[in-house]
Design a protein around this ligand. Structure first.
Ligand code: DHB
Ligand code: FE
Length: 294
């Protein structure tokens, strides 16, 4: 997938404002805002030091009024484009995820990103994700298992999976894609094994025509994430892990704009050995029980 052909297709594939507005709306409705534990003491400490850090940067670089006004206009545009979820998930979530997973044994996590949609169709294993007739790309058979930290198989484990298509677009965030394209909630079997048939996703460029794209262009950065499959895994009584899986050799594994790649999250796709077309890859999950720490 060349970078220019993704650019070409993006012209008629919706806008940053549409994707951003949907991501903002979904976040508001996500339930993440219910029962939040945010104390006045913590707000004062964190907001106070964040404001001080920005003031320190302004002093360090002798920020001009033109630069201050460009910042003000840009922050306003992040809001009107609905891009706060994109901005935060690209440039801050990786740190928050790291801080909050240090004590959890088992499978490694990474950022959720802005494009998760709950309540995707449930499927028993072996599952095939929804795709179009003649879906482009390389078929991928993704299999794996669930065990607890003592090596016992886990019952009733679930793999929630979502990823972009072979052009780098996510269903429900780009027009004309089937609603549940490449999204599913797959139930593992009695022994904790799963099989998911899908297509290898393409590298993904964060929207270039909104506020985040404007910042990237103004700074001379690039907008790419390596190809990735988003996953949430869980089972009753176990801690949920949100992660992404990546493909070796992707040019953006080393310079992911969202800083979300970790060596433990590399798949090793191989040609299929069962006579089927495409590739197969295995990822085995160890889940920690609720309250279990490293
Ligand atoms: C963004 C998109 C993704 O698919 C992802 O995994 C992380 C961030 C974004 O557009 O901000
Ligand atoms: Fe993504």
């Amino acid at each position: 997938m060349s970078e220019s052909s993704t650019d070409a297709r993006r012209e008629d594939e919706g806008t940053a404002v549409e994707a951003g507005t949907l991501a903002t709306q979904r976040f508001s409705e996500s339930g993440k805002l219910h029962g939040m534990d945010v104390s006045q003491e913590r707000v004062s400490a964190i907001a106070g030091e964040a404001i001080q850090a920005i003031n320190d940067v302004a002093v360090k670089h002798s920020v001009t009024y033109d630069e201050y006004n460009a910042l003000k206009a840009w922050l306003i545009k992040v809001g009107t484009d609905g891009e706060w979820p994109l901005f935060l998930d690209v440039w801050l979530e990786h740190t928050i995820e790291e801080i909050n997973s240090v004590e959890r044994p088992g499978a490694i996590g990474t950022i959720e990103g802005p494009y998760y949609v709950p309540n995707a169709p449930e499927m028993a294993t072996p599952a095939t994700l929804e795709m179009r007739e003649d879906e482009e790309g390389t078929p991928l058979k993704f299999t794996g298992s669930f065990k607890d930290t003592s090596g016992q198989p886990i019952k009733d484990a679930v793999v929630e999976i979502w990823h972009a298509d072979a052009m780098g677009f996510y269903s429900q965030y780009a027009p004309e894609l089937p609603k549940w394209l490449f999204r599913g909630v797959v139930l593992a079997d009695e022994d904790g094994n799963f099989e998911i048939n899908t297509m290898r996703p393409a590298p993904y460029q964060i929207p270039t025509d909104g506020a985040c794209g404007q910042l990237i262009a103004a700074a001379g950065w690039h907008a790419w994430r390596p190809a990735h499959i988003h996953i949430k895994v869980y089972a009753p009584g176990f801690q949920l892990v949100t992660q992404q899986l990546y493909f070796p050799g992707d040019p953006h594994n080393e310079d992911d704009i969202a800083s979300a790649v970790k060596p433990e999250l590399m798949l090793e796709p191989k040609p299929r050995t069962d006579g089927g077309e495409g590739e197969e890859a295995v990822y085995n999950y160890v889940l920690a029980r609720e309250g279990e720490t490293a």
